[in-house]
Design a protein around this ligand. Structure first.
Ligand code: F6P
Length: 341
């Protein structure tokens, strides 16, 4: 059997651990040939691929990024994109695909399965916003990086008695903000799910200053003020219709400075949250996902995604996994609110 492998969407620590697990188990247990397609869905559309042997996956377990490259290519937006994929798979004798990605890449995987291509999905995203899995790999690493940044920013904020606004990733879901904010002892956490009142944020900030502490405000890039709109980096949309967010932290820091008369600075963590080596948790989760994806392909269980439920890896239908995003629920946000101000 020849099995193709690709990584799509934003990169994420742990992608190489999945690739390694698929190649090791695919070749050694199943006797497969494994083929790596480059740059997400661009690879199977253009035929850009290379065989992946045991040598290619030595020393990649702890490496960030993806040895296959990634892109946000959407074959359903390209002229004849799906036919091109079918032709490439037939020409290269590929029997099945393993697609490692987030909501967009797996949304394509689901549609391709409906269109007759055998695909198994593996969930990745630092945002942790994929429904049907308790956690995606990459999230734990991002939270660690953001928490370490908050810890570091706290000491400089205290020294200068400034407010520090830390902007973290999270387009539609505030999981990174929630977890890093809780772990870092933030005084306010703002998430896309809950439009915030600037007046209330300023009240919490002032309360903190009165108690002689420098406030730390953690804000997800997709958070927005009540009655306002998301702050965009550019209005341009990618192939999946997403605009590039970024800037709410700087905007909020200016508002705080203006309304309190205190110094306020913003730090945008950006891609530092996605780069570099994965945590041990993410390496283990990614490895287990890779091993179970091989089982799913070997069983011919296409149209499924491997998922974490408790401590077990299970299979769910891609249709279920991509039907809606997993956002921060009210009760989880309420836990964090106890520490605001
Ligand atoms: O989907 C993961 C993510 O990291 C989001 O949190 C963020 O909005 C987006 O990717 C950024 O993507 P890009 O690197 O393509 O600008």
């Amino acid at each position: 059997m020849r099995v193709g492998l690709l990584t799509g969407g934003g990169d994420c620590p742990g992608l190489n651990a999945v690739i390694r697990a698929v190649v090791r188990k695919g070749i050694e247990d199943q006797g497969w040939e494994v083929v790596g397609f480059r740059s997400g869905w661009q690879g199977p559309m253009s035929g850009d691929s290379r065989p992946l042997g045991l040598d290619n996956v030595e020393d990649i377990l702890a490496r960030g990024g993806t040895i296959l490259g990634s892109s946000r290519t959407n074959p359903y937006k390209e002229d004849g994109g799906v036919d091109k994929i079918k032709k490439v798979l037939a020409n290269q004798g590929i029997d099945a695909l393993i697609a490692i990605g987030g909501e967009d890449t797996l949304g394509v995987a689901k549609r391709l399965t409906d269109d007759g291509v055998g695909v198994v999905g593996v969930p990745k995203t630092i945002d942790n916003d994929l429904d049907a899995t308790d956690y995606t790999f990459g999230f734990d690493t991002a939270v660690h990086i953001a928490t370490e940044a908050i810890d570091r920013l706290r000491t400089t904020a205290e020294s200068h008695f400034r407010a520090l606004v830390v902007e973290v990733m999270g387009r539609h879901a505030g999981w990174i903000a929630l977890h890093s904010g809780l772990a870092g002892g933030a005084n306010v956490i703002l998430v896309p799910e809950r439009p915030f009142s600037v007046t209330k944020v300023v009240e919490w900030v002032e309360r903190r200053f009165e108690r002689m502490y420098a406030p730390i405000i953690v804000v997800a890039e997709g958070a927005l003020p009540k009655g306002g709109a998301e702050v965009l980096h550019t209005g341009e949309k990618d192939a999946f219709g997403h605009v590039r967010l970024g800037g709410v932290g700087s905007w909020l820091a200016d508002e705080i400075a203006h309304r309190t008369g205190k110094e306020s600075r913003a730090v945008i963590l950006g891609h530092t949250q996605r780069g570099g080596t994965p945590t041990a948790y993410d390496r283990v989760l990614a490895t287990r996902f890779g091993l179970h994806a091989v089982d799913a392909v070997a069983d011919g269980d296409f149209g499924t995604m491997v998922a974490l439920r408790g401590t077990d890896i299970v299979r769910v239908r891609l249709a279920e996994a991509t039907a809606k995003l997993k956002t921060v629920p009210e009760d989880r946000y309420a836990e964090a609110e106890v520490f605001f101000g």
